[in-house]
Design a protein around this ligand. Structure first.
Ligand code: ADP
Ligand code: ZN
Ligand code: ZN
Length: 752
């Protein structure tokens, strides 16, 4: 790329410098700079050397060219952004509100190139029987080192080089000789760090599945569009086990035949060894994976391999979306309803939407898949902008479980104050006798201290927002207040239920630990495993607990939402959902959706094999539509009721919502700032259809001594919200506030 000047964005996240600065390209760097490259530049009065990214190279000087400073150098190990990534960063900045540098860092998940390492593997080139036979031959000839190695390879067809020369004590000459004779091959793991699990190369007993008629129809339809140059978004709605992954793989393969590459997003928690093996079997070295467990070096290598076109498929969580594929043709988002696809730090982008933009830029197709599609995607499918496919049957056998909904109110009436309903208690006992396994699921997601009546199920709600009020305890005065997370409405805590007068109205508190203790007391012979944030702190503990349970080292697994994902346990025939209500009252508009998803998924854990399964859903609100439809595995009816509620209350996706979070070290200043921003909106947007909630103190009013204020804006048109955001950014700029002090969140997943 030629040109004498470079417009560079500096690596400082601040509103004041959130624009490109122009530099002269010195002779020494002529012809070497490229858009996206990381460079060092002198900046500010002291001409301190800082990092920046080249946004544009041009022949046009915007200022007196003699006054322009010169680019200092190219960052040697810098990862350069491709021009598409630059464009995507610009789009993210525009749509979610952040500085350009923050957006740029989002699309560059790898910060710098790291030196590659060489890792050698010794792979057996003959089949197991031949390897064993030759080991004996060598032994007879007293060629003991060769015998040792071949013997080991007969048991395990790929061994790390270090193990062979170390523990097995085989010399380099011996290895060479065996390689020459065709017994083995030494594979230098591309000078790249290996990221697929050890031994995965040895897995080769694989046969391509014949797609069912329904699966075939989906693949054909998408590929026909693709070949006719039609690009769309598709949604595959299919229960777990209905064959979505097979469809994804077939699509990827056909895209590769078209010379295109694919990105597949999977929530990290569902990215299991089994999934990787399936992809690796089919695509071998053309596939790679990104996840948070990779070291910086491993990540850097995968990024490089993708940029060089050495791989065609990238699998990973949210950030894998930014894999720099030149020939991207397909993006798949599995479990598209998962909230982990939304970034929780600035810019708060949603991978589904960014994927849409990326596909537009790259002329690629976007495929979403889920057993419980997000209300957003299903709504778009209903409106016709997404093409919907449905897969109804489980392919690998296993029937849908029998579901019981147990009313905890009537349990109380009949004197049962235990966490376990009588039915659940009886069924746990039954499983212990039969030697089958039970999963107990405590729904704590979005747990927000809602207050409900144990006698009649009445929940204290905000009169303005139709979401549950949260209990905040005032320790000094020993009394509680009930607060709305959206609008700040608050009232004194109640001592009697306003509906039935019962005094059993309280905040719901129970933890997995209490349940574990209770199980030990009630079922002393049962072996219990617990999985929650506490027991999975150390590395691998998550997988460890799951594999212990899979090996039937325990009768009961108690856990939070972590346990409902992915894994199939053949012996699990009972799933108990202890308090389905918890997530119903998270105090935000997605509570119903989240509950439906969790209950449906949890129920799906029972009876995955030939043994029939049973599910007990315990709740104070058996008549709630999320509970009723989850029990029937009836997505359609759930959707119909949920969308009516969203429409009535002007919540997404029917309307849109933007959260504006103001952060300040100073309690007063923060409040004033939030007020000022809200006032600006009211003054500039005289629009009856614009609804503002707040400003108010955020639900968690202070974190790390930073005070938090929040307001929400709702409007049916998304563009109005981005316009409001732009106006607020201007205000922030004009007032010279720190950019980091205000955060925007479009169609938020959580409350603040
Ligand atoms: P999902 O991704 O919807 O959970 P999968 O693609 O993992 O479903 O399929 C579930 C099970 O059914 C897997 O064991 C898979 O190997 C098997 N399966 C999928 N499609 C077929 C098919 N066409 N023929 C036979 N088995 C299939
Ligand atoms: Zn009551
Ligand atoms: Zn409210």
């Amino acid at each position: 790329m030629t040109g004498r000047f470079a417009n560079i964005i500096v690596d400082i996240s601040h509103e004041k410098v959130d624009r490109p600065f122009q530099y002269r390209i010195p002779e020494a760097l002529e012809g070497q700079l490229e858009v996206g490259m990381a460079v060092m530049i002198p900046f500010g009065l002291g001409n301190k050397r800082i990092k920046g990214y080249v946004m544009e190279i041009t022949d046009r000087a915007e200022y007196d060219e003699h006054k322009l400073k010169a680019v200092d150098s190219i960052v040697k190990d810098g990862v350069s952004a491709q021009s598409d990534s630059m464009k995507l960063a610009g789009w993210i900045r525009e749509n979610y509100g952040s500085t350009m540098i923050a957006a740029l860092k989002t699309v560059l998940p790898v910060k710098r190139k790291l030196k590659q390492v060489v890792r050698k593997t010794i792979v057996c080139k003959v089949d197991t029987d031949t390897a064993a036979a030759s080991a004996e031959e060598f032994a007879k000839k007293h060629q003991n080192a060769k015998a040792r190695l071949m013997h080991e390879l007969a048991r395990q067809p790929a061994l790390p080089h270090t193990l062979v020369t170390g523990k097995l004590n085989v010399t380099a000459q011996t290895i060479q000789a065996l390689e020459k004779a065709g017994f083995i091959e030494v594979q230098a793991e591309g000078a790249y760090r290996k990221v697929l699990p050890e031994n995965i190369a040895a897995i080769n007993n694989w046969q391509k599945k014949q797609l069912s008629e329904h699966q075939r129809a989906i693949v054909d339809s998408i590929m026909q569009d693709f070949k006719a140059d039609v690009r769309r978004t598709y949604l595959i709605h299919g229960v777990t086990g209905s064959g979505k992954t097979e469809v994804y793989m077939e699509l990827i393969e056909q895209m590769m035949d078209e010379g295109r590459q694919a990105i597949m997003l999977i929530p990290e928690i569902a990215l299991t060894y089994q999934t990787l093996v399936r992809f690796y079997r089919r695509f071998g070295d053309r596939v790679s994976v990104m996840n948070s467990r990779l070291s910086a070096g491993e990540r850097s290598d995968q990024y490089e391999r993708a940029a060089r076109g050495d791989i065609d498929i990238m699998i990973g969580p949210r950030s894998a979306l930014f894999t720099p594929f030149e020939r991207l043709g397909l993006v798949i988002i599995d479990e598209e309803h998962e909230s982990s696809y939304k970034s929780e730090s600035m810019p708060k982008y949603h991978a589904r939407e960014v994927a849409g933009e990326l596909c537009r830029m790259k002329n690629a197709s976007l495929v979403l898949g889920s057993a419980t599609p997000s209300i957003e995607s299903y709504y778009r499918a209903k409106m016709g902008s997404i093409k919907l496919f449905t897969l109804k049957e489980r392919l690998a056998g296993g029937q849908l479980p029998q579901v019981y909904v147990e009313d905890l109110r009537s349990e109380l009436k009949s004197g049962n104050r235990s966490i376990f309903s009588r039915r659940l208690y009886g069924l746990i006992n039954d499983r212990l006798k039969k030697g089958e396994q039970t999963i107990l699921f405590l729904n704590r997601r979005g747990y927000a201290g809602f207050v409900s009546c144990r006698a009649c199920g009445h929940v204290m709600k905000c009169p303005h927002c139709d979401v549950s009020l949260s209990e905040h305890t005032d320790r000094y005065r020993n009394m509680s207040r009930l607060v709305c997370h959206y609008c700040g409405f608050s009232m004194q805590g109640v001592t009697n239920c306003p509906q039935c007068g019962s005094k059993y109205i309280l905040g719901f508190r129970a933890g997995t630990q209490q349940i574990e203790e209770l199980l030990h007391r009630e079922f002393p012979s049962a072996r219990v495993l617990r999985m929650d944030a506490d027991t999975t702190k150390s590395k691998d503990s998550y997988e460890q607990i799951l594999s212990q349970f899979a090996n039937e080292e325990a009768d009961i697994l108690v856990g939070t939402q972590m346990i409902v994902k992915g894994h199939d346990f053949a012996k699990v025939t009972l799933v108990g959902i202890l308090a389905a209500d918890m997530s119903l009252h998270a105090g935000d508009y997605r509570a119903g959706e989240r509950t439906f998803q969790l209950l449906t998924q949890a129920a799906g854990r029972a009876g995955r094999s030939t043994l029939p399964g049973e599910v007990v859903i315990q709740t104070y609100q058996p008549e709630h539509y999320a509970v009723v439809h989850a029990a029937n595995q009836d997505y359609e009816h759930f959707f119909a009721e949920e969308i009516a509620y969203r429409d009535l209350m002007m919540y997404p996706p029917v309307a849109h919502m933007m959260a504006v979070l103001v952060l300040s070290d100073d309690e007063k200043a923060g409040a004033v700032q939030a007020q000022a921003l809200a006032a600006r909106v009211k003054q500039q947007f005289d629009d009856k259809r614009l609804v503002m909630i707040g400003p108010t103190e955020a639900c968690i009013g202070k974190i790390n001594d930073v005070y938090r204020y929040i307001f929400y804006i709702k409007h049916r048109e998304y563009q109005i919200l981005t316009a409001v955001k732009d106006a607020l950014e201007q205000t922030i700029h004009a007032m010279q506030w720190n950019t980091d002090s205000v955060q925007f969140d479009f169609d938020p997943m959580n409350t603040y």
